[in-house]
Design a protein. Structure first.
Length: 245
């Protein structure tokens, strides 16, 4: 398979703390990749670096063979990468459907302001993620599960080729996890490539084709989920044992 996303020697420091440490991994076309690691291991920072919310201290990131390491966030989004957030970030003073509309690409937002947008497109998108009954509700009125669906819809509004899903299962019921998992499978079948951060390994296991495990920002294991969870370094990292690397 072709490599859709490639990360080479990525490093990020915050003061005296190294959040990401010479990290290299890749995502293949047509793949769902799990990004695992205990709390504080640098997973969300990796997403922030890919989306250019943070600038790396060293290393390169390539998407479809083109280096994006020095792009702006809006340029990365236009190239076809979107994300959700561990803590949902809706526009609190807008309804669910309005949130979806304004999350589109900048040129689509301009059309929105000029009332030239195709409202049915966003309606269908909202229905697709399971928000059809909640379009007129404000974020503070939505359940955690529906806020996660809204995060998905906002990401999908940019028509991405790659979605970065950060703790998409956090706070969900078993039923909601099953529903979001089915949505993810469906999106993969439609051609979406996905990287998922999740502490819910039971939810992650049946979804991912492969996993990458980081610890204190460093790669410690990668491969099929069933093999990785048996890896002694991975077990030690999740149990908090020192000297993993």
């Amino acid at each position: 398979m072709a490599k859709l996303l490639e990360v080479h020697g990525l490093t990020k420091h915050f003061g005296g703390i190294t959040a990401v440490d010479n990290l290299s991994f890749h995502l293949e076309e047509g793949e769902i990749l799990g990004l695992m690691g205990p709390n504080g291991s640098g997973k969300t920072t990796v997403f922030n670096l890919i989306m250019r919310d943070h600038k790396q201290d060293s290393g390169e990131i390539f998407f479809e063979g083109e280096e994006i390491s020095h792009c702006r966030t809006d340029e990365v989004v236009k190239m076809g990468i979107a994300r959700t957030y561990q803590i949902p970030r809706p526009f609190r003073d807008m309804t669910a459907i309005e949130n979806i509309r304004v999350s589109a690409l900048p040129d689509e937002v301009i059309k929105l302001l000029r009332r030239e947008f195709r409202s049915e497109m966003y309606t269908e998108l909202g229905k697709d993620v399971g928000l059809g009954e909640y379009f007129s509700m404000y974020p503070d009125e939505l359940t955690v599960g529906n806020l996660r669906r809204l995060e998905m819809a906002k990401a999908m509004a940019t028509n991405p080729k790659l979605a970065l899903l950060d703790e998409i299962f956090a706070g969900l019921t078993i039923v909601e996890i099953a529903e979001i998992s089915e949505l993810i499978r469906r999106k993969k079948a439609e051609g979406l490539n996905i990287i998922i951060i999740s502490h819910d390994l039971r939810a992650l296991a049946p979804l991912v084709d492969r996993v990458v495990v980081i610890y204190f920002g460093r790669l410690i294991a990668e491969g099929p989920f069933a093999e990785i969870v048996k890896d002694e370094k991975v077990k030690a990292a999740y149990l908090g044992v020192k000297g993993v690397a």
